[in-house]
Design a protein around this ligand. Structure first.
Ligand code: RNT
Ligand code: ZN
Length: 417
């Protein structure tokens, strides 16, 4: 039996021509890829280099971060129990299961990731993947695939190559394509004289990384640009224009990270433009506060705008939705949960829009009606539909999830000194 609040909401939406049951059915088919790195502040299990050399920084010192693979799996397992729907896991190569051995990143094989695949299979999760071009002695000067030194470049090319093979094997074993996303930190603190050569080297390196053909039913390549980073304020080799061009030329998946543009730019306006020229998108749903700060995703206009675009443009089947933030200042399980639940909730809100009616008004030049309706929608009872979804999916309703996080913290996190 549906709750009374839901029944009333269902009627209110029906009056606008929106079928809440259809929205819930669609919502259940869209996975969100949970990023491993929220669980341990992007530390990974190799710990051979410094994160800050690559312009990334996790700020905060909230106790209880995952220190081992088992802890990370246990922690994210708790998060999945709080999320309605079936989702994915997004792994970085530096989370390899090395079994105490020292193995170079250029020599990784599926052996270092088999335990992750087994874990994913046991939990019914699809896996996504990322080569790790940071936190490593060979990335200590902030350059990798665009490095002027051929030997260093080659090391990172090999890393990219082995990671694609690992990603493909993940996809094969799990029966769902793995999206392997390339992001590199390469850039300069101060204005370089030569902006061209590093970009030429990056293009050649990417061509080498992507040379091997891989069945798209197992594996997809994505490339991610950035505007600037700490220490790369003046120049980033892999800028938006660079990767947009590369993705169009080679028909790669383009990764749009919500924190990687000028503060007044939104992904909302980019989605339809880039999807005209590339096959598929990867989203790094994130929240920049003044800069690419990777704050926990909240239910704000940017998030809602992104999800609205995916629904309005009928782009869901061409988009892989991932999260990308890392907050070390609050309970990490809560950080993961809040951002992921918000992404799902924003998608639900978008699915509850009477888009056809809005389009009809727009087409007829009735911009008054369009604005009026968009504003009315903001106070529609989507919360009751969300609660019903959580109830049916057998996960905590409303803020009940927080009590579970608190008892998990008591039982496990607080014991991690
Ligand atoms: C960095 C990029 C990248 C990373 C992860 C850890 O600015 O957003 O996606 O956050 O690879
Ligand atoms: Zn990102």
């Amino acid at each position: 039996m549906a709750s009374t609040a839901y029944s009333i909401a269902q009627e209110s939406y029906a009056a606008l021509g929106v079928d809440t049951e259809a929205a819930l059915r669609r919502l259940a088919t869209v996975p969100i890829s949970l990023h491993c790195w929220q669980g341990d502040d992007v530390a990974g299990f190799e710990q051979v280099g410094d994160l800050s050399a690559s312009g990334l920084a996790a700020t905060g010192n909230y106790p209880g971060k995952a220190r081992t693979i088992d802890e990370l799996r246990q922690d994210v397992g708790q998060v999945y129990r709080l999320l309605p729907g079936k989702h994915r896991f997004n792994l970085h190569a530096c989370y390899a299961d090395l079994g105490g051995r020292k193995i170079g990143r250029d020599a990784y094989t599926i052996a270092q990731f088999q335990s992750w695949i087994d874990w994913a299979k046991a939990h019914g999760l699809g896996l996504d993947f990322n080569p790790t071009f940071f936190a490593h002695p060979k990335a200590a000067d902030g350059f990798t695939l665009a490095h002027a030194d051929k030997g260093i470049r080659q090391f990172w090319i090999e890393h990219g190559i082995v990671c694609r093979r690992i990603g493909a094997e993940m996809g094969r074993q799990l029966g769902s394509p793995t999206v392997t996303n390339v992001w590199i930190p390469d850039g300069c603190k101060d204005q370089p004289v030569d902006r061209t050569s590093p970009r030429e080297r990056l293009e050649a390196s990417l061509d080498a990384v992507f040379a091997e053909k891989i069945d798209p039913r197992r594996h997809l390549d994505a490339v991610e640009s950035k505007l600037f980073g700490l220490g790369s304020e003046s120049y980033v080799v892999g800028s938006h224009e660079f990767y947009l061009g590369y993705a169009i030329k080679h028909q790669k998946v383009l990764c749009l990270d919500a924190g990687h543009y000028h503060p007044t730019e939104t992904l909302t306006d980019k989605i339809s433009a880039v999807l005209q020229f590339i096959p598929e998108l990867l989203l790094h749903v994130s929240r920049g506060v003044r800069w690419d700060s990777d704050h926990v995703v909240i239910l704000d206009d940017h998030l809602r705008g992104i999800m609205e675009e995916l629904v309005r443009g009928d782009f869901l089947d061409r988009t892989h939705i991932g999260l990308d933030y890392f907050d070390a200042s609050i309970n990490r399980i809560a950080a993961w949960t809040i951002g992921a639940r918000n992404a799902i909730k924003a998608l639900l809100i978008a699915l509850l829009e009477p888009t056809a009616g809005l389009r009809a008004m727009e087409g007829a030049g009735d911009n008054t009606g369009r604005l009026a309706m968009l504003e009315e929608l903001k106070t529609m009872p989507f919360g009751a539909v969300w609660d019903e979804y959580c109830r049916r999916q057998d996960v905590p309703v409303g803020n009940a999830w927080l009590a579970e996080v608190r008892s998990y913290e008591q039982a496990f996190l607080s014991l991690r000194a």
